[in-house]
Design a protein around this ligand. Structure first.
Ligand code: TXA
Ligand code: MG
Length: 317
């Protein structure tokens, strides 16, 4: 099989209706989508991605109304967040109804749901009479795709179609908020900043503890990882230490003329850095550098989500 890259949402809707998987654009990263209510379709997502079954999927819907039909109840905090942040890079974890197959939620009694803000995918969702389960469209553990070409290079032979929505605007995955507890808990840092969330609903807990037996995959200690060794730290020191190697440098705003260098945001903007992050990691991973050196961003705005991805991508002994 070889994927076609197309903007034809009707053809995508046809394939999805027949139980096939299709890569879809979202504002965060590309997703690998299938009918969320059809376990036989969803199982293909796990096969294509090589994804372990303990790892639940996010369900994508066209509106908050559609989300309500999939859950037992929609708590007040979820209402506030949905009203202001949907469509957008925010996933809400809510008590699920049983129409969602166990495979989607890995047997949990909750489901992660979001309304993505990409126009093409919103049109597609409006054509369908079912929601779409979609994890990021990358082989499990590797860097998430932010362009149709990223999907093509890794999954092109395994799926029939990639819906072409251009480059992703946000560039890191959605923020996940568990709304089932008394105090909402952020389970994954992502495209909606903690500042934005707390301005709407007050103080939240942040529980993104990494362990090797996670309840969320983005929680694995090693994730979003390039194949090359990537080290995090003070770039001037790292560059001096590894001067005998062919290095690639991933810097926030400072320019390094001596080596291959990708600057994430010349103006020091954390949202711009998030947008460029995964493509930059891929570019260095595919270049002829031997080792990738990177630095953390300020812990504010989307800097927190970028730092989370960098820490998980960095080499561990
Ligand atoms: O931005 C995104 O969220 C992208 C696009 C395609 O929408 N999707 C994405 O999916 O990042 P994925 O599969 O790479 O990550 C889904 C995350 C996982 O960490 C999973 O464990 C968590 O969502 N998740 C899903 N359902 C959950 C639940 N019921 N409770 C806790 N975490 C859940
Ligand atoms: Mg992922």
């Amino acid at each position: 099989m070889q994927s076609s890259i197309t903007k034809d949402i009707r053809a995508a809707a046809d394939l999805l209706g027949k139980g096939e998987v299709v890569a879809i654009p979202t504002e965060t990263v590309y997703g690998l989508a299938a009918n969320a209510l059809d376990a036989d379709a969803v199982v293909k997502i796990f096969e294509v991605k090589n994804r372990p079954h303990f790892d639940p999927l996010i369900v994508h819907v066209a509106s908050a109304e559609k989300a309500k039909a999939l859950v037992e109840y929609f708590p007040e905090v979820a209402k506030k967040l949905a009203e202001k942040c949907w469509p957008g890079p925010l996933t809400l974890v809510l008590k699920r109804r049983n129409i969602i197959p166990d495979l989607v939620t890995s047997g949990l009694d909750t489901v992660g749901i979001r309304v993505p803000s990409h126009p093409l995918t919103l049109q597609l969702l409006n054509l369908l009479d079912f929601p779409l389960a979609a994890p990021s469209a990358n082989p499990f553990g590797y860097i998430s795709p932010t362009s149709p070409q990223h999907v093509m290079s890794q999954l092109g032979e395994k799926i029939p179609m990639i819906l072409d929505g251009g480059n992703c605007d946000v560039g890191v995955e959605s923020t996940i908020v568990d709304c089932t507890a008394k105090v909402p808990v952020v389970l994954r840092l992502g495209g909606t900043s903690i500042e934005t969330i707390e301005a709407l609903i007050g103080k939240v807990e942040v529980n993104i503890a990494s362990s090797s037996a996670p309840h969320a995959p983005g929680m694995l200690v090693s994730h979003y990882a390039p194949r090359k060794k990537m080290l995090l730290g003070d770039l001037d020191e790292l560059v001096a230490e590894y001067s005998h190697k062919k290095i690639g440098i991933l810097s926030f705003s400072k320019v390094f003329l001596s080596s291959e260098n990708i600057v994430l945001s010349a103006s020091g903007n954390t949202s711009e850095a998030a947008q460029k992050l995964f493509a930059a990691m891929r570019e260095l991973d595919e270049s002829d550098v031997e080792i990738i050196l990177a630095e953390l961003l300020p812990e504010e705005g989307l800097g927190r989500a970028v730092n989370d991805r960098l820490r998980r991508a960095a080499y561990k002994d």
